[in-house]
Design a protein around this ligand. Structure first.
Ligand code: RM4
Ligand code: MN
Ligand code: MN
Length: 429
């Protein structure tokens, strides 16, 4: 099903009589704080966050999975779901594929045409060397059980490099410009491997993958402290990620996944550091209480999200810096599209709040060593109601003032259940 823009306009019309005065009031309030409300709307409207192909289906845990009906049966249908999401939010203009979960093979050009017709582009490609799969490890000749790029077995390392190169080639056909390398490599047992040997082998593998990149491509190293390796991960934190990126090449950068930090890590500071040295390449949005929980972005630590957007804007001189932004969540209970709608709305909302920070005032307070005034400046923005500005940004992109209500009103899920049935299981995890 393709969501008809006229249906969205109809739904928006129902809300116009209260949206317009709310918007005028929000612009007025922003103005009194020295903020140009129109500029906030424009910057929110400019942002696009990719949807991952593996998140339009219901996620699971190692204890079970409870798929809803109407899940996509093919990569094409995943693209259709992303197009529906984008029709509602105006802010998910690309999809990020995970290979081999979504391996179009010879059909890559056709998939690109299918996506193009729906206004969807291909964001960073993701390679999977954390599971054995006939298309990458062959029929049991090699295995990633003891690692991929870090493995002491040369055959496994070669398979992992070849797989990444294959993913780059697919991405070239799809029009992507980057590959994200997240590795499960690490140790479960002290003494199982050499820290240094593992690092050196991963760096060597990354260099081989990098050598295969077209000139306009980037490679992102994504760190994560643990899981599935529970004693150590090779790329465990931003420092290691930075060492790997610096050792790999100029167009190798780091990707920050918000769920990939030990509890209480100051992620906004990590963002600032990586941006400072020009190595912030990508971003995975989600939220967490304990570990890599992949919960809805902003649902647990909204103030942290606001501060992170503040650092992103600082890095971009008041605008969002160029980076591969993606939502990396697992929707176990909510309808995946409803969760992606809420995630996107929250991202837009946090950006709008951060845009409402009066930066010159904040700089003055910092220069005056006045933390109370600095806090006032932050809170004046954080406690303001920017929802009408965000809704207006969506409306100007031809999307919905209220995307979740509109999703329900247009009956998208009922239509996909009728078309696709209830048996499909769409996620890779
Ligand atoms: C990892 C990481 C990667 C994602 C996989 C599925 O924890 O977040 O970005 O590709 O999960
Ligand atoms: Mn991630
Ligand atoms: Mn993760």
């Amino acid at each position: 099903m393709i969501i008809d823009p006229d249906r969205i306009a109809e739904e928006n019309e129902l809300r116009r009589s209260w949206h317009e005065p709310d918007l005028a009031h929000a612009v007025d309030l922003a103005g009194r704080a020295g903020i140009d409300g129109e500029a906030v709307i424009a910057e929110v409207a400019r942002l696009s966050v990719a949807a991952p192909s593996w998140a339009v289906g219901t996620g699971g845990t190692r204890f079970g999975r409870f798929p809803g009906g109407g899940e996509p049966r093919s990569t094409e249908e995943k693209v259709d779901d992303v197009a529906a999401l984008n029709a509602l939010t105006g802010a998910n203009r690309s999809v990020s594929l995970h290979v081999p979960w979504d391996d179009p093979g010879d059909g890559a050009a056709a998939l690109r045409a299918h996506a193009q017709e729906r206004g969807i582009a291909f964001d960073a490609m993701n390679s999977n060397t954390f599971q054995d799969n006939p298309s990458t490890t062959g029929d049991g000749a090699v295995s990633y059980k003891f690692g991929s790029l870090a493995n002491v077995d040369e055959g496994a390392r070669r398979a992992a490099v070849d797989h990444n190169r294959y993913v780059v080639d697919l991405g070239v056909t799809l029009g992507s410009r980057a590959i994200t390398v997240w590795l499960a490599d690490g140790m479960n047992h002290p003494g199982q491997a050499s820290f240094r040997g593992q690092f050196e082998r991963v760096l060597d593998g990354l260099r081989q993958i990098y050598a295969h990149l077209p000139d306009d491509w980037e490679l992102y190293t994504e760190h994560k402290p643990y899981e599935p390796a529970f004693y150590s991960s090779v790329n465990n934190d931003w420092g290691t990620s930075l060492l790997l990126a610096q050792g790999t090449g100029e167009r190798a950068k780091c990707l920050v996944d918000l769920g990939h930090h030990l509890p209480n890590t100051n992620i906004e500071q990590v963002v600032s550091r990586l941006a400072m040295v020009g190595r912030l390449g990508g971003f995975h949005f989600n939220d967490s209480k304990y570990g890599d929980d992949d919960l809805t972005v902003g649902s647990i630590k909204p103030f942290e999200l606001f501060l992170i957007f503040g650092e992103l804007l600082a890095a971009g001189g008041g605008r969002m810096p160029e980076a591969a932004y993606m939502i990396d969540e697992s929707h176990n209970l909510k309808d995946p599209l409803e969760d992606l709608i809420q995630a996107t709305d929250t991202i837009q909302h946090a950006l709008a709040l951060a845009l409402c920070v009066n930066r010159p005032d904040l700089a003055d307070a910092q220069q005056a060593n006045d933390p109370a005034r600095a806090a006032e400046v932050l809170h004046r923005a954080y406690r303001s109601d920017v929802r009408p500005l965000v809704a207006e940004a969506r409306r100007r992109n031809g999307a919905a003032l209220d995307p979740l209500a509109t999703f329900r009103a247009v009956g998208y899920r009922a239509a996909t259940v009728a078309e696709r049935g209830t048996g499909a299981v769409a996620t890779g995890l």
